[in-house]
Design a protein around this ligand. Structure first.
Ligand SMILES: *C1O[C@H](CO)[C@@H](O)[C@H](O)[C@H]1NC(C)=O
Ligand SMILES: *[C@@H]1O[C@H](CO)[C@@H](O)[C@H](O)[C@H]1NC(C)=O
Ligand SMILES: *[C@@H]1O[C@H](CO)[C@@H](O)[C@H](O)[C@H]1NC(C)=O
Ligand SMILES: *[C@@H]1O[C@H](CO)[C@@H](O)[C@H](O)[C@H]1NC(C)=O
Length: 955
């Protein structure tokens, strides 16, 4: 039996249960009976009250009972003198004190200071100016010159499954959702925390220092969550990773009734996810919640009645009782007592409505709604939550993977912030790789959330919502020494940590230059911060789009506002990217000298007819001011089911899955023919249109498959409305796609390779496989493992010798391609990295080059250095819109090792060429950017020039 994790089409906003997991049903009613039966049977032994005949019947342990009862109403708070601490409870002895000098230190809000930051004992001891007395007599102080780099708090990811849904994903390490019941307040994510997750290192490399470890969302009450730090601890245990563990984890020895209470966390979920997992409906979910909370209320009331007697000395009234307690309900009782941060996975208005009523009926507050794709549409409903409005923890642009996420909007962070609702960006790792949590904040910022709130959304806001703002998420004296030094302004695309400290311990171990001077080790960071990227990036104005999304209740019109067959004159154009005769792409500046001058571009029928000074030859054109923007090739998206799916989890909105040669055999009616994506393409979908207005002109998509054979891809225009439209189909057949790896229920790798060998070597003229063997149609193999790639290289030789041919082969996915880069280069094989930045998701893709700051090279730069034709792609259709951002990332990540031209080619010329577009030329579709060039985040797509379609669209 094989597992099906990578490429699993089961789209869930939280971590998916392996399809092979047993699914036992224990009805909640049965559990309740169990709970009631154990009522009174489960007792804290020390609370047993001995019968006493003395006056007032005061039992011997009365003091203990009184303490227990007094503690009930105490709310979580840090100890009063917490801010004065000079050593953290998490301090690892031997950690050297560290003085960062010349940092641009973000203090929260709009405040920052250029100066020093000193950490010792695992806490921040001084910021701004550091008095010498603090460190002059200390041994081993390390002085780090940040050279002006931005310094922020370590990032706090409020929604993560790191370590419980481990990377690489293996069946033996998925402890996210319990299959036993839908109400399980007693479960603890900590009990599944794998200490060997490969993602700790990569997420830390992205600046993430702590993460709230939530159970999954298949159960209404999924269990208790824990905030962990991602660093390795000396003890190497799961428990030692937890920040401020709630009392009682170790039993009675760990309970201090006099100490300030610590926050607990719980995960709830409503809507699709629990419904699908338990074969129930939203109505059932809310009933199960009510039933559970009603039982908790009864327990709380019994405790209160008991304590009321005890605290007023009426011992006789409770002489034959013990403190009412039930292990299964205690977490919900604590929730009612306001001691638990409640995190609710909830997407839609209907679901918020149910939970907001629940919170009022049983009177408990909610810390945050997570995912919450429709939250921006119902701010007033959210404000009716008992105890105050919850925060919203969301993704920036990932959406439409299921119906609940259909109305997700990139403008939601801004809209919610304007309503005064706290905004948090989260990863749901490994759904999104938390290494790129800051990227989520960057996107929120690009689409209108202001800079201070964007930075807060992954630091101080998340720490505050987790009840840990006294130690996490802020750079403040007395706070945990979780600190990130960035190579650029953290909101710049591609911002990468130069160093990350957790509890004062440096996490990135490269060999910095060290000079010992005055007894201090003076250290220079590996890279200099990049001067021009040290400023806050400028952004485009999306106010109108944000207004529209509200006006149209989450379904704004996405097509072009204007379509012109006639002349359009773009003025104030700074540059234009063009291809020369040898297909070399280059950027032509209109005024290459300083000060830069701008030019004009005149377009007719979607074709450029003049550049430079064009106004005088134009006849009453539509005038568009690009405000110093530029014209660049339309981008091509590959890798997702763009154009074949609308809502991934809803079969009726999609083309459906291809048949597989190894699984459900092709029905006879197909006559052995291979599927063509072009026959299933659907135009006008949200992902297509959003990608289009983000500069992606072309989708090259293969039939959706989770098996060996996918079929023939086609190239479509993302902006067309139907197939009959001129230029809607760019090329009906582009390449043949298969996958070799551990996917679905297909047999071994060797069986898949044997199958491919058979299909190619026995192919007859007129068959697709024959065309592949002869190189007249490219073969794209989805493959991650370097071993499989080398096998395929040898197979390619075999086939070429047999037919005296040259095959056109590319590897897609290709995490481990760098390991065989030379062979790939020698054989003229192309590489399409999909996704362009990711992490070791499965065993087959474990050996990645994680890139800076962990390695000098990135995959892309390594492969390009070998002269391999490299392209990049996206896995999810909703992320196709980010193709330009992915290219900018590739450029910045390579730290000068690749040029802008090469970065742009990754998503245009190269991808077209590898995927078999007959005319990979880049002049068919051009994009007009306003307010900046292709590589600047302030650039906004305002026009698409399509020679094929004979039109210019304006957005
Ligand atoms: C290299 O490419 C693989 C496959 O797309 C990816 O998983 C990995 O993260 C990439 N590394 C870098 C630094 O982009
Ligand atoms: C501080 O950083 C700035 C920016 O890189 C640099 O110009 C300056 O020389 C640095 N000062 C010191 C004392 O290192
Ligand atoms: C960011 O938004 C918040 C909330 O609307 C506001 O308090 C703050 O002043 C804004 N900051 C800037 C720089 O506009
Ligand atoms: C890549 O191509 C360039 C230009 O043709 C050449 O100078 C270089 O040696 C090649 N690199 C390798 C590793 O083949």
């Amino acid at each position: 039996m094989s597992s099906k994790l990578e490429g699993d089409v089961r789209p869930t906003a939280s971590y998916a249960r392996p399809p092979t997991a047993p699914r036992r049903r224990l009805k909640f009613a049965r559990l309740l009976v169990l709970a009631i039966a154990s009522y009174g049977a489960v007792r804290l032994l020390h609370l047993r009250i001995p019968w006493s005949h003395h006056a007032a019947h005061r039992p011997a342990n009365a003091e203990r009972i009184i303490a227990q009862c007094r503690a009930l109403s105490r709310l979580p708070a840090p100890p009063a003198d917490f801010a004065d601490r000079t050593e953290s409870d998490r301090f690892e002895p031997g950690t050297p004190p560290t003085l960062i000098i010349n940092g641009t230190i973000w203090l929260g809000g709009e405040r920052s200071v250029v100066g020093e930051l000193y950490m010792d004992g695992g806490v921040i001891r001084a910021i701004g100016y550091v008095p010498k007395e603090l460190y002059e007599n200390k041994a081993g102080v390390v002085v780090v010159n940040a050279q002006g780099a931005w310094v922020t708090p370590g990032l706090v990811d409020l929604h993560s499954h790191i370590g419980v849904g481990a990377s690489p994903a293996l069946n033996g390490a998925i402890d996210v959702d319990s299959p036993l019941s839908t109400i399980q307040p007693w479960l603890r994510s900590l009990d599944g925390l794998n200490t060997h997750d490969m993602a700790y290192t990569t997420s830390i490399a992205g600046g993430v220092t702590s993460a709230l470890l939530l159970p999954g969302s298949e159960n209404n009450v999924g269990g208790q969550a824990f905030m962990i730090k991602l660093r390795k601890t000396r003890e190497r245990s799961s428990s030692s990773m937890v920040v401020e563990p709630p009392y009682g984890l170790w039993g009675e020895v760990d309970i201090d009734l006099e100490a300030p209470v610590r926050w607990r966390h719980t995960k709830h979920a409503c809507g699709e996810e629990p419904s699908k997992s338990w074969g129930m409906t939203r109505m059932d979910s809310v009933w199960y919640f009510r039933q559970a909370y009603a039982a908790a209320v009864a327990m709380r009331n019994a405790q209160d009645a008991y304590c009321s007697s005890a605290l007023s000395g009426r011992w006789l009234d409770i002489a034959d009782q013990t403190f009412p307690y039930n292990l299964a309900l205690e977490a919900l009782v604590d929730t009612l007592r306001g001691k638990v941060k409640v995190h609710v996975h909830c997407y839609e208005a209907v679901d918020f409505d149910g939970i907001v009523r629940l919170s009022n009926e049983f009177q408990f507050p909610i810390a945050a709604f997570h995912h919450a794709h429709e939250a921006y549409l119902v701010p007033n409903l959210l404000k009716n939550t008992w105890g105050g409005v919850p925060a919203i923890a969301m993704f920036a642009t990932a959406a439409r993977y299921k119906r609940e996420a259909y109305r997700g909007s990139e403008f939601a962070p801004k809209i919610l912030a304007n309503e005064g609702i706290p905004v948090i960006m989260k990863s749901d790792h490994p759904l999104l790789n938390s290494r790129y949590l800051m990227y989520e904040a960057q996107q929120a910022y690009f689409y209108g959330l202001n800079a201070s709130l964007a930075l807060a959304s992954v630091t101080s806001t998340s720490a505050t919502v987790a009840g840990l703002s006294h130690r996490l998420g802020h750079l403040k004296v007395g706070h945990d020494a979780d600190v990130v030094v960035w190579d650029s302004h953290p909101l710049q695309l591609g911002a990468t940590p130069l160093q990350v400290y957790i509890d004062g311990i440096a996490q990135l171990s490269y060999a910095p230059e060290v000079v010992v001077e005055d007894g201090l080790s003076r250290m220079t960071l590996k890279e200099q911060p990049v001067a021009e990227l040290r400023v806050q990036p400028s952004v485009a104005d999306y106010d109108d789009e944000a207004d529209e999304v509200l006006k149209y209740d989450g379904e704004p019109p996405l097509g072009a506002k204007e379509i012109h067959a006639d002349e359009v004159l773009f003025v104030n154009v700074l540059s234009i990217w063009q291809q020369d005769a040898s297909n070399e792409l280059h950027e032509e500046l209109f005024g290459p000298e300083e000060p830069m001058t701008t030019g004009e571009v005149l377009v007719k029928d979607g074709k450029i007819i003049c550049t430079g000074t064009c106004a005088r030859i134009a006849s009453s054109p539509r005038l568009v001011d690009l405000e110093g923007g530029s014209v660049a090739p339309g981008l091509t998206s590959y890798g997702s089911s763009l154009g074949l799916v609308e809502i991934l989890a809803e079969p009726s909105t999609n083309d459906g899955g291809a048949y597989d040669l190894f699984g459900n055999l092709a029905p006879e009616v197909l006559g052995g023919k291979i599927l063509r994506a072009v026959d299933g393409v659907q135009f006008g979908g949200k992902d297509m249109l959003i990608a289009h207005r983000s500069g992606v002109s072309t989708a090259v998509t293969a039939p959706t498959s989770s098996g060996f054979l996918s079929g023939l891809s086609g190239a479509f225009s993302t902006g067309a409305w139907n197939k009959a439209e001129k230029g809607g189909i760019i090329q009906p057949v582009t390449a043949l796609h298969i996958a070799i790896g551990h996917r679905g229920s297909i047999p071994s790798i060797s069986a898949q390779v044997a199958g491919l060998r058979h299909l190619l070597s026995t192919s007859k003229e007129g068959e697709i496989w024959w065309s592949v063997a002869h190189g007249s149609i490219p073969l794209i193999v989805q493959v991650h493992s370097a071993d499989v790639m080398s096998t395929l290289i040898l197979l390619k030789h075999e086939i070429q010798i047999q037919f005296g041919s040259t095959m056109k082969l590319s590897f897609a996915g290709a995490n481990e391609a760098w390991m065989v880069a030379k062979n790939i280069a020698d054989d003229g094989i192309g590489v399409i990295l999909v996704p362009s930045r990711t992490f070791p998701g499965t065993w087959e893709q474990m050996r990645t080059v994680p890139g800076v700051p962990l390695t000098d090279e990135t995959n892309i730069s390594l492969l390009l250095a070998h002269n391999v034709t490299v392209a990049i792609g996206a896995v999810h259709a909703s992320l196709a819109r980010n193709t330009r951002f992915d290219a900018i990332w590739a450029y910045r990540d390579a730290h000068g090792k690749i040029s802008k031209r090469q970065a742009l080619e990754l998503v245009s010329y190269n991808v077209n060429k590898l995927l078999g577009l007959e005319e990979p030329s880049l002049s068919r579709e051009l994009v007009a950017y306003k307010g900046g060039d292709f590589f600047s985040t302030s650039a906004k797509v305002v026009g698409m020039l399509s020679a094929d379609r004979g039109i210019t669209e304006l957005f």
